[in-house]
Design a protein around this ligand. Sequence first.
Ligand code: NAD
Ligand code: ISE
Length: 335
Amino acid sequence: MTIRIGVIGTGSIGREHIERVTRRTSGAVISAVTDIDRALAEKAAGEAGGARVCADGAELIASADVDAVLVTSWGPTHAEHVLGAVAAGKPVLCEKPLATTAEDCLAVMAAEEAYGRRLVQVGFMRRYDTGYRELKRIISGGGIGRALMMHCAHRNRAVPDAYTTDMAVQDSGVHEIDAARWLLNDEIVSVQVIVPRSTSRRFEHLADPQFILFETADGVRIDLEVFVNCQYGYDIQCEAIGEKGLIRLPDPARAQLRAAARIGTAIDQEWDDRFSAAFDAELQAWVDSAAAGRATGPSAWDGYAATAVSVAAVRAQRSGGVEQVEMVDKPAFYA
Ligand code: NAD
Ligand code: ISE
């Protein structure tokens, strides 16, 4: 069976996913695309081998030649498209965030529950990265004993000046929020943000770097450094410390160069290089599960939890204090 995918949003990651589906995913084709920028959509349709261009997300979701929907538009528009796909009974992979407000995430959960089975997967692709999967296997298997602490870093080489202080949690740190919840099988209950001296290579409006401190329901403490103008590359670090050991995310395997009296390995420069294989695995898993009529991967509940923590973290950026995460109890539907 070939899954016919409609893509809403043909910007940076939308076009990457189109290329991924077209060249490296089995069992799927891109049948339709849409973007509020029609010229972009037409260009992407050509790259997808002649997909149809729809006027908007609603038309695309309703199309008979769209079996599954990929949402890669701007975050504030995600909820509308995901709700549309669920109402049409079509599987949907939504890039992070599921929605920018907890209320919209709850609306998606309610719609999915009313439909009767999971249709939504959220694009937290780190869960498909081999290094993170190894961490998950070892932590879950008791390899470090009871987890006590985690140290994480999210470093981007540079960001455009449209990037704002709250995006450090909502756009970047949200990946670690999801990864920590998943690795520890625990929920984050409070958050604090500490802003050190800022880099002189930042924009005036941007607090960069930031330390984000989390506490989980089980009492694990997590520190996350988000530094989005670190200059040297794209560098993701994660280390979990338990009662009997420590485990660290491996750096991507790169050949070692010995020359000019030095030993060195290349550092990825952008997120799409670092997580390219994880994105491939994520898309393939989504297509396979859509073909089998089931859902897999990060759920709408995970999307909700990550947004709820991000919302508290943005409050913490403003208050400077410790902010509690406000979350409903996990519905049995997502157990
Ligand atoms: P982008 O600005 O390059 O592309 C977004 C596109 O969506 C634009 O072309 C815009 O015109 C279009 N768009 C906006 N509203 C629309 C609507 N209602 N209907 C149709 N098209 C619409 O942004 P991007 O970097 O591609 O990011 C898109 C999403 O992907 C964001 O939610 C972002 O957080 C996420 N993202 C995830 C990762 C990751 O590592 N998983 C990386 C980058 C981006
Ligand atoms: C971007 O939206 C992503 O999701 C990348 O993975 C992240 O590293 C970057 O900081 C975000 O802006």
